[in-house]
Design a protein around this ligand. Sequence first.
Ligand code: FES
Ligand code: FES
Length: 150
Amino acid sequence: MTTPTQKLMVNGKDFTLDADPNMPVLWALRDILGFTGTKFGCGAGLCGACTIHVDGSPMRGCLTSLKQVQGKQVTTIEGLEAQKLKDAWLEHNVPQCGYCQAGQLMSAAALLKTTTKPTETQIDDAMSGNICRCGTYPRIKAAIKSASEA
Ligand code: FES
Ligand code: FES
């Protein structure tokens, strides 16, 4: 029995891989394609470490299968453009250990794409699914505000 061929577009490039269509995109990104910026945390949709964009919307890479992204644009932290947001992250020294930060940035970027001047509540709502065990939440919020005002 042959493994089905999956076609993926990641960060604007086309990839073809022999993989089970039910494989989580996170596995394919990290273990097959080498996009290791996207992290594995809980594997159960609870922590946000694996957040990617699918056609511009934030999705959990650990819960999204390859078959769900066929014909769609996948963006990982390696392909995230959001320069103002990245600058604000540096300005506010947001990361500590860094493990959650790719997911945080992907969620924040998705928020600013749809809501250019988010309120505190909108920021809280958009970021509520991203856990940071280092407690960088106040700096994350400050950086998102800065980026929205830049
Ligand atoms: S690893 Fe996907 S939400 Fe935690
Ligand atoms: S910076 Fe360490 S988990 Fe968020």
